[in-house]
Design a protein around this ligand. Structure first.
Ligand code: PA5
Length: 411
């Protein structure tokens, strides 16, 4: 495992950390035991279904050959990981453009995408574990007539719709079976936000040209790393202690690599939906450096002390752009970025802001897979230490029920 965590900037003593190691180990044992529902993701990197992987790669090849646009219809855990990967990673070969629908009910956003579908050769991929989510149902119903018109018939449109959903239940499964869509199953014991490394995330990533075998290899490297027992659970322990013992309500996760901006969004979903329940948990915020230093930086330095900061940096980046003149003459952007990160960590710590550091050696499919699994495991451990179930979302279900009622549907 190549991810490094540095807790020296947090007000935690070695004794405090040591005293909670037992609880973290217990949480990890539970996650690995196979006895806790919805923990299928824990062993998934080692137990890859090779046949399924081949099928994903084959379908992705077809998408890349035949489509200029892959329109992914999904929300929450059914799209955020794929979007994070696509924004973070360089493509290993020419990929299809991927756009996302069903992520809002915004007329203007839809209009723009519908126009694009009319212009571009399109394949649609509807992703929903439950198969019943309102955003997804609405998006699919809106897109179908556009596809039918474009490709001449219901049957021709159906050939260009893929469904990733539960193996047996839900209205998307029923429709896919009836219409003969190409389908991929979502394992029953893996929930939405923990499903990036299943067809949910892997198919759009592969269609975009990302080397998904490398992503999976990275996840496996973390899952099988002995470092979990010594250093890697530290991040979960620190998050737990900063929340419960030090009274911090917010974790501001700051990224100094612009390609990780959407990874921050994915992380907010993972941590927020998994940990924020029963009046507990850290509110996960994400920041972009240096942009946010010129806005939220003021609050971070001197505002209400409700948070601690986690700074995520990528150690090796391209160094080919050099400032040609002026006071920074001769410095690369990478050097300036380092100077900024070191400066901000020092200023914040001097100002009393607790800072945790996470370092990734470089950004590629392998390390991205590591980050996904690392954060999923961190989340599972922290939530279990907090005593909440990381794998349900009763609050989200409440909103879904109320919305259904507002639409005159069964609650
Ligand atoms: O993490 C989760 O479980 C949620 O964010 C879901 O992914 C989201 O609500 C979408 O649900 P579904 O995949 O059933 O459409």
């Amino acid at each position: 495992m190549d991810i490094k965590v540095n807790l020296e900037g947090l007000p935690l003593t070695p004794e405090e950390i040591e005293s909670t190691r037992g609880d973290a180990a217990k949480a990890m044992d539970q996650l690995w035991s196979g006895d806790v529902p919805m923990t299928g993701w824990v062993k998934a990197p080692m137990n890859q279904d090779q046949e399924m992987l081949e099928r994903i790669l084959n379908v992705a090849d077809i998408i890349r050959d035949e489509a200029e646009l892959l329109l992914v219809i999904g929300i929450g855990g059914s799209y955020m990981g794929a979007k994070a990967a696509i924004e973070a990673l360089p493509r290993f070969e020419q990929g299809t453009e991927v756009r996302f629908l069903g992520i809002n009910f915004c007329n203007e956003y839809y209009r723009e995408i519908l126009e694009e579908v009319k212009r571009k050769n399109t394949i649609v991929c509807a992703i929903s574990k439950s198969g019943n989510t309102m955003e997804i149902r609405a998006a699919l119903e809106i897109i179908k007539p556009v596809m039918e018109e474009k490709y001449g018939s219901r049957e021709e449109a159906a050939k260009r719709i893929i469904a990733v959903t539960d193996e047996t239940s839900g209205s998307l499964r029923a429709e896919a079976d009836e219409m003969g869509y190409v389908t991929f199953p979502i394992q029953g014991d893996i929930g939405g936000r923990f499903s990036v490394l299943t067809p949910v995330g892997l198919l759009p990533m592969a269609a975009a040209g990302i080397d998904i075998r490398e992503v999976l290899r990275g996840a496996e490297a973390v899952a099988t790393s002995p470092l979990w027992d010594t250093t890697a659970a530290d991040y979960a322990i620190a998050r737990y202690l900063m929340n419960v013992e030090k009274g911090k309500a917010v974790e501001a996760v700051a990224f100094s690599h612009s390609r990780l901006a959407y990874f921050g969004e994915w992380l907010k979903q993972l941590f927020g939906e998994s940990e924020g329940k029963e009046g507990k948990g850290l509110w996960p915020a994400s920041l972009q450096y240096s942009t946010d230093l010129h806005s939220m930086g003021q609050f971070l330095q001197q505002g209400s002390p409700v948070f601690f900061e986690t700074v995520v940096t990528v150690e090796k980046t391209d160094q080919d752009i050099v400032v040609p003149a002026g006071p920074q003459k001769g410095m690369t952007l990478g050097q300036l970025n380092d100077a900024m990160v070191r400066g901000v960590i020092k200023a914040h710590m001097d100002g009393g802001v607790p800072v945790c550091e996470i370092r990734i050696p470089e950004l590629n499919a392998y390390t991205f897979g590591q980050m996904i699994y690392f954060m999923e495991m961190t989340c599972g451990i922290t939530a279990m230490m907090l005593g909440v179930n990381p794998f349900d979302q009763p609050g989200v279900e409440d909103y879904k029920r109320e919305m259904r009622k507002n639409c005159g549907l069964e609650g």
